[in-house]
Design a protein around this ligand. Structure first.
Ligand SMILES: *Cc1c(COP(=O)(O)O)cnc(C)c1O
Length: 368
């Protein structure tokens, strides 16, 4: 059996270091907003190549707090990809602003810069670019449009820890970025966690307030803030795992290189990465018209897969009130009907990746 994802293997490899980190926090008597979070913030900012990192409770909060800190709210519009995890849209909705979807480039699955200007209005305040599946979005094109229309650019970097765009790391490519450390992400905690990265000092200061009840000094509340803090234990765990992130991403790249040897054609679409991209391969997503048959076939071969994602945000009951009809965003809808994520992770054996390729090849030649 080749599982879709193995969350235990990375922890087994680091067992002693993780245990030491856990005990250090346990014995410290200090569990929220202390030295571990400060240490992780310093280290992750340096890793991403930005001046500031602010640890928060999860990835959704990271994005939501960025938009709040920019003063985005009711009456505003924020451009989002039609093809993304729902958190990208919810971050906008939770401010009171309206998410305005833009269809993806079919080759990269990421927001298509050529379609952005058509939806910009006097109410538009920001663009959220998602580096979906760990493939960096075309940030130069997006930043150019944003500059022309005075919009903020927010990266949803929840799937792209360590991904490179023209040699620069995700998290340093817009005005601010939101990361998630949900356990299955490339850099994952053993629970929930998130962070904002930015070079904008004023923004960083506002997010430090918003994550902690609007408070800088205990019991003094400058703004009506939230409780969304990365905790000491998760920060200590993340500091251990951050040291392995590049090595683990390289192993993901080796698995991806094996997968890319599968026979790609009209029936089995393989991922495409532009020359300027070095993806973090959070997911390796193939596209098949007969997706469900492919998933069943792989399952029969003992190969675990997942669908990211079966239903796009605009067709979820959560967004029924927006009244975006089925068929209105046809590219995203077709992608959601046809994508399948293959087993991926730093601990997947190359031999297993080759077995997956053999199973794909068999499916492709079976005429389905
Ligand atoms: C995981 C994810 C998020 C949300 O992160 P959480 O930590 O689960 O809140 C946001 N956007 C994308 C693209 C994600 O994959």
């Amino acid at each position: 059996m080749i599982p879709f994802l193995d969350l235990k293997a990375p922890h087994a490899e680091l067992r002693d270091e993780l245990r030491a980190a856990y005990e250090r926090v346990l014995d410290s008597g200090w569990y929220v907003l202390g030295g571990e979070v400060e240490g992780f913030e310093r280290e992750f900012a340096a890793y991403c190549g930005v001046a500031h990192c602010i640890g928060v409770g999860n990835g959704l909060d990271a994005l939501h707090l960025i938009l709040r800190a920019y003063g985005i709210g009711a009456g505003d519009e924020v451009i989002v990809p039609s093809n993304t995890y729902i958190a990208t849209w919810l971050a906008v909705s939770h401010t009171g602003a309206v998410p305005v979807p833009v269809e993806p480039d079919e080759r990269t699955y990421n927001i298509d810069p050529a379609r952005i200007e058509a939806v910009i209005t006097a109410r538009t305040r920001a663009i959220i670019a998602v580096h979906l599946y760990g493939q960096p979005a075309d940030m130069d094109a997006i930043n150019a449009i944003a500059g022309k229309h005075r919009l903020k650019v927010v990266e949803d970097a929840a799937q792209s820890h360590g991904a490179l765009y023209k040699g620069r790391r995700a998290g340093s490519l817009g005005d601010a970025a939101g990361f998630s450390f949900y356990p299955g992400k490339n850099l994952g905690a053993i629970g929930d966690g998130g962070a904002v990265t930015t070079d904008d000092e004023a923004l960083a200061e506002k997010i430090r307030l918003l994550r902690n009840y609007g408070s800088r000094i205990k019991y003094e509340h400058e703004v009506p803030g939230f409780n969304s803090r990365l905790d000491e234990l998760q920060a200590a765990i993340l500091r251990v795992k951050l040291k392995r992130l590049d090595e683990w991403n390289d192993r993901r790249r080796e698995v991806a290189a094996e997968y890319l040897r599968a026979p790609g054609d009209a029936r089995l679409g393989l991922p495409y990465s532009p020359d300027w991209a070095s993806p973090a391969w959070h997911l390796f997503v193939v596209r098949a018209r007969h997706r469900d048959a492919l998933q069943n076939w792989l399952s029969e071969q003992g190969i675990g897969t997942m669908i990211h994602y079966p239903v796009p945000p605009h067709l979820q009951p959560a967004y029924a009130s927006m009244n975006i009809a089925a068929g209105a965003l046809p590219i995203a809808e077709a992608i959601h009907r046809e994508v399948l994520s293959l087993p991926m992770g730093p601990h997947l054996e190359l031999e297993d990746a080759r077995r997956v390729v053999a199973a794909l090849r068999h499916f492709a030649t079976s005429g389905r």
